[in-house]
Design a protein around this ligand. Structure first.
Ligand code: AMP
Ligand code: MG
Length: 520
């Protein structure tokens, strides 16, 4: 196996001088060297053909023992020195101190076709940052990360990606619902990839420790390798750096809102400095369009990370990053101006995004209220987001088909749609039909455009759970089927129509389908 290894992070940045793998506070270092754990019986379950190509590997490589061993942590590539990163973070609004890669181990950086890829194993054993946990991952959460990160990529959402999914052959003890009922589950390892896995928390930890020297080193390193266009470090560059991170974060969240993705744990340690979706844990997909929905059971009480609050949390997290960057800038105004602009940009981009979901290309005065009324209507009775927007593209502007008939399949309880609810929908469709008259493109063209932004297939919570249930029994076919479907989320794929369906009733309250735990 020939990879073009170009390690930079562990070569250019300060390392933890202690090599022992004990849990501890690590000061004045960006990472600690670690060795992945040997596993009992590693077995590859799936490999992403696209990622193989992106890394410059071949099908032959994938079949080799080398591949299996390296991407399950049983072998370390020569000339590489795996490491775990040191970071801190705000968890659920509170500063949590040092967190770090507790169950992620970076193997190396690979350069191919002018791109940098960090290869990182998730679930390959303890690191100095494992705190009270075991550094391992279970099959269910690994399937969820593997499938969803690739699905998000194909949806056009900035994200980390995944190279491989493997069983470790070891058993892992987990208490899924935190109710004292621990059980053994199959252990698994995902090799995930990204240009960089740096998070807001990597910078915050130095700021919290008043270690300006290393904060500056890390920021300068990040600009040099990942924000090259910004040029040489200076106060202005740091401000531009923060502005760029703000723009990228906003862009990512707008995409989440567009496709109905709810991250579930937007702690600052789970916010990528590159503005890519990172750390797929108790995430979920909106079924009923509901601002208040959160997939994460830990967040059920306050719903901090609910769908409708993601844009606000993005801003809150950016404020924490601004605080961390402040010692290098020593001026609050430019940072405040950037944060204020986020709100302005959010309103603008959110409106544009919703207009695109409705197939509106020309700007018109009352679009804001058309969208507001739509969002209100979507909350009247449980209405499936994905089905609603996909089917809405079948509406005809001449009004020959009744709007409600077009979207009827999206209602979980169609018999609730009468009286006032029915009237409000009819009113909305009347306004929408009138609004469409202003557009110059035909119904067919509009449908084509809408189908490029409103996916037909997303990794619904219950669908992922079906793949997990099968995999637990040793049947991995559905993982592959979903992997293939989700590569073309905007295409009709009539052979897979059965996955274009509302959540079935059995899934409404099932663990893994409607409730997800951080215990992964
Ligand atoms: P999360 O919010 O799930 O991204 O994780 C928060 C912190 O807990 C990170 O520092 C993780 O590395 C760590 N962590 C989560 N699960 C485990 C585990 N099973 N073993 C060790 N550390 C973990
Ligand atoms: Mg995390």
């Amino acid at each position: 196996m020939q990879l073009n290894i170009k390690d930079k992070f562990n070569k250019e940045l300060p390392s933890d001088p202690i090599l022992e793998n004990s849990r501890r506070q690590v000061a004045e270092a960006c990472f600690s060297y670690v060795t992945p754990k040997q596993t009992r019986k590693p077995q590859l379950l799936h490999v992403s053909p696209e990622m193989i190509e992106k890394l410059g590997l071949s099908e032959e490589d994938v079949k080799s023992d080398d591949f299996l061993n390296v991407f399950t942590g049983n072998d370390v590539l020569s000339n590489t020195k795996p490491y775990a990163m040191c970071y801190g973070g705000h968890q659920f609004g509170n500063w949590a101190g040092q967190l770090g890669d507790g169950r992620a181990i970076n193997l190396c950086e690979v350069e191919h076709q002018n791109k940098n890829w960090v290869l990182q194993l998730k679930g390959a054993g303890e690191t100095p940052y494992s705190r009270t946990a075991d550094g391992l991952a279970v099959l269910r959460s690994s399937i969820r990360e593997y499938l969803c990160s690739e699905a998000m990529f194909h949806l056009g959402v900035p994200t980390t990606r995944a190279l491989s999914l493997a069983l470790s052959g070891d058993r892992v003890l987990r208490d899924v619902m935190y109710d004292g009922n621990s059980a053994y589950e199959k252990g698994a390892i995902v090799c995930r990839t990204a240009e960089s896995f740096l998070r807001f928390g990597n910078y915050q930890i130095f700021a919290a420790r008043q270690d300006e020297k290393n904060l500056r080193k890390l920021v300068d390193y990040t600009i040099k390798h990942h924000f090259t266009d910004l040029g040489v470090p200076s106060k202005e560059t740091y401000i531009a750096f923060f502005k760029e991170i703000t723009n990228r974060t906003l862009n990512m969240i707008i995409h989440w809102q567009r496709v109905g993705f709810v991250h579930g744990v937007m702690n600052t340690d789970n916010m990528s400095i590159l503005g890519i979706t990172i750390d797929y844990g108790p995430y979920g997909w909106l079924e009923g369009y509901e601002y208040d929905w959160t997939p994460n059971t830990t967040d059920r009480q306050h719903k901090r990370y609910r769908y409708g609050n993601q844009p606000n949390i993005g801003l809150w997290n950016l404020l924490q990053l601004a605080n961390a960057m402040y010692p290098l800038i020593e001026e609050a105004e430019p940072l405040e101006a950037i944060l204020n602009q986020y709100k302005v940009d959010f309103d603008k981009r959110s409106l544009e995004m919703m207009c695109s979901k409705l197939g509106l290309q020309i700007e018109a005065e009352k679009d804001q209220s058309l969208i507001q009324e739509l969002e209100d209507n979507l909350h009247l009775t449980e209405t499936d987001m994905t089905m609603f927007f996909r089917n809405l593209a079948n509406f005809k502007k001449e009004g020959v088909v009744e709007g409600l008939a077009v979207i009827n399949d999206a209602f979980y309880k169609p018999d609730e749609v009468f009286g006032n609810i029915e009237k409000r929908w009819k009113d909305w469709f009347a306004t929408y039909a009138m609004r469409l008259q202003k557009e110059t493109h035909s119904d067919e063209e509009r449908k084509e455009n809408m189908n490029l932004v409103n996916p037909k297939y997303v990794l619904r919570n219950y669908i992922a759970q079906l793949a997990i249930d099968d995999a637990d029994k040793g049947d991995y076919k559905l993982i592959n089927e979903l992997f293939q479907i989700l590569k073309k989320p905007y295409e009709e794929q009539p052979e897979y129509e059965k996955w274009f369906a509302k959540r079935p009733d059995w899934a409404r309250h099932k663990i893994g389908c409607s409730m997800l735990s951080c215990s992964s």
